[in-house]
Design a protein around this ligand. Structure first.
Ligand code: UT7
Length: 338
């Protein structure tokens, strides 16, 4: 029988400082009622100055290892678009901090779809025999890239990290990743981006606008693409793995906006009470959002062993991806602040 990647542990965290909608409304022209009704978000957590993405990733990784009851890892994949620095990648530093020795460690940059891409990369490495145990971490600190003048982005993004340990196992055991659907459309890269800091940055002889360092997003258009891409990617995956929509116990979609999640669920014919909502307490945590939502629901006993879980994510790139698994019997700690 072929080797499959099996979920062995999950852990997640958000930084301690909670920023509620009322606090935001003192910083910019917005209000709690608008944010809640248009997004479903009540608060988010922002990292304190001096805290970097790798710091959050190491805590989430530690919790996933504790959840799995083992520190044996031979590859670490960190999905992030807000690395500690441009070079080197943040993953080797996280591996070092976790005491994992000289494991393979690398970052992948797929914005909010990064965790699903990380799972797919890990599953490929396990299936091919390149690795036996892979720690996949999704972590982002977008609070340092939010333009305080831009109420489109500042209200939705929060910081956090989530991690999953995958081990080699059998395709028919609980926790085995059942399949993936991945895609991108680079012709629409301008819909969400940080223009500065890369090799396309303007010449140093010209002044670089301060706003180039910030995340820019065309919210309404992104909203429409998020619904279409997460819906079609999920539907393709369900067909590929022969799961009926009504057999899905939990829809774990990228936590950008509750209206997006409910619309995708409607399109798929998945009842709204099966949609995991965690963004009310943490906002849009980008690559961390799916493992954060899973850890929150599993630690609260909502997701139970044997439940079918459909994950789907969408973000800048444009990039999207879906994955599915049957939940295994694992201990998952709550989503705690560091
Ligand atoms: O994670 C990666 C993918 N990201 C996403 O999926 C995010 C997708 N986009 C969204 O979630 C939504 O588009 C936003 C939450 C960003 C914006 O919500 P919207 O319902 O699309 O609002 P809008 O931009 O169409 O604005 C509607 C109105 C406008 O006022 P007028 O022109 O109708 O008078 C805006 O100026 O709401 C106003 N508005 C706000 N008012 C209070 C926009 N942002 C705010 C705000 N507070 N923060």
């Amino acid at each position: 029988m072929s080797r499959a990647a099996v979920l062995a542990g999950v852990g997640a965290m958000v930084p301690p400082r909670a920023v509620d909608n009322d606090e935001l409304s003192q910083l910019m022209d917005t209000n709690d009622q608008w944010i809640r009704s248009r997004t479903g978000i009540g608060r988010r957590h922002w990292a304190d100055p001096g805290t970097a993405t790798g710091d959050l990733a190491a805590v989430a990784g530690e919790r996933a290892l504790a959840s799995a009851g083992s520190r044996s890892v031979d590859m670490l994949i960190l999905a992030t678009s807000t690395p500690n620095q441009l070079m080197p990648a943040t993953a080797p530093e996280v591996a070092d901090r976790l005491g994992l020795g000289s494991v393979a460690a690398f970052d992948i940059s797929v914005a909010c779809a990064g965790f699903v891409y990380g799972l797919a990369t890990a599953a490929g490495a396990i299936a091919s025999g390149i690795a036996d145990r892979v720690l996949v971490i999704g972590a982002d600190i977008w609070s340092t890239r939010l333009n305080p003048q831009d109420r489109t982005t500042a209200i939705i993004f929060g910081d956090g990290a989530g991690a999953a340990l995958l081990r080699a196992g059998q395709p028919d055991e609980p926790g085995a990743l059942a399949g993936f659907d991945l895609g991108s459309d680079g012709s629409l890269k301008d819909l969400a981006m940080v223009p500065g800091g890369g090799s396309r940055e303007r010449s140093a002889t010209e002044p670089v606008p301060e706003t180039d360092q910030y995340l820019y997003m065309r919210g309404k258009e992104i909203f429409t693409h998020a619904v279409n891409r997460m819906g079609s990617s999920s539907a393709r995956l369900l067909e590929r793995i022969a799961w009926d929509a009504d057999s899905v116990d939990w829809f774990a979609g990228h936590q950008a906006n509750a209206r997006i999640l409910h619309t995708v669920a409607d399109v798929l014919d998945v009842p709204r009470d099966k949609v995991l909502i965690h963004l009310d307490r943490v906002g849009n945590t980008s690559a961390a959002s799916i493992p954060l939502a899973l850890a929150d629901a599993a630690s609260a006993g909502r997701i139970a062993p044997g439940d079918r879980v459909l994950m789907t994510a969408f973000g800048g790139g444009l990039s999207w991806g879906s994955a599915a698994l049957t939940w295994p019997r694992i201990q998952v700690p709550g989503v705690l602040s560091s």
